[in-house]
Design a protein around this ligand. Structure first.
Ligand code: FES
Length: 208
């Protein structure tokens, strides 16, 4: 994997060799081999790029939530659901795609029921999970590589959707095939998105 993203201390995401930056409509907004600095404080007037506003905004890139969690496995007849809730961006695709499987509450946290929906439905729902919090195993083998190229998609008023790029620093995604990075500045789980953009009503205003 050639592309790399480095969350700089209290500053932007330094993305190198990412090649493609796309907007929510799938249109290319930048195609480059050069490095770019992407805003993750929410204050830039030139989003998705950093314009230096993080300094005046007093942005802290500190991860306020505890470090990476441990993935929990829920084995079904055909498929095993692998869930690392600590990485969840609360996009909701799992619940929408297979409501009977995702989730009930258990004493140790949320519980998945792989056999409550068809295996095809569970797989399709998991593959819509942008954060990588949900992955799956087939015949004991983890399936985590979906993408065939590197890109970053800028979700309107939401996070960066990263595809096939190494993430530098101590925070580990479940898979470097796909993960979501905060760009509103409000996530408690930086550099990852934790869904806070919806709570703080982040509006990027960039028209991308
Ligand atoms: S990170 Fe630099 S302006 Fe937001």
């Amino acid at each position: 994997m050639d592309a790399e993203i480095t969350p700089t201390p209290n500053g932007p995401l330094h993305a190198e060799r990412i090649k493609l930056l796309k907007n929510d409509r799938g249109e290319t907004i930048l195609a480059t081999d050069e490095s770019v600095y992407l805003c993750r404080c929410g204050a830039s007037k030139n989003k998705p790029y950093c314009d230096g506003s993080h300094t005046a905004a007093g942005f802290s890139g500190q991860r306020l939530r505890a470090a990476d969690g441990k993935a929990v496995e829920f084995a079904g007849r055909e498929i095993t659901v692998v869930d690392d809730f600590s990485l969840c961006a609360h996009a909701g695709a799992c619940v929408e795609g297979a409501a009977k499987t995702f989730f009930t509450k258990g004493p140790g946290g949320r519980v998945s029921h792989p056999d409550a929906s068809s295996a095809g439905q569970v797989i399709a729902a998991i593959r819509q999970c942008p954060s990588g919090a949900l992955l799956y195993k087939l015949q004991g083998k983890l399936v985590q590589d979906y993408a065939d190229h590197t890109e970053i998609r800028v979700e309107k008023d939401g996070p960066l959707h990263v595809q096939r790029a190494k993430l530098n620093g101590p925070a580990r995604p479940a898979t470097e095939d796909h993960y979501t990075l905060c760009r509103c500045g409000a996530s408690l789980n930086k550099p990852f998105c934790d869904g806070m953009h919806a709570k703080v009503r982040f509006q990027d205003g960039s028209g991308t």
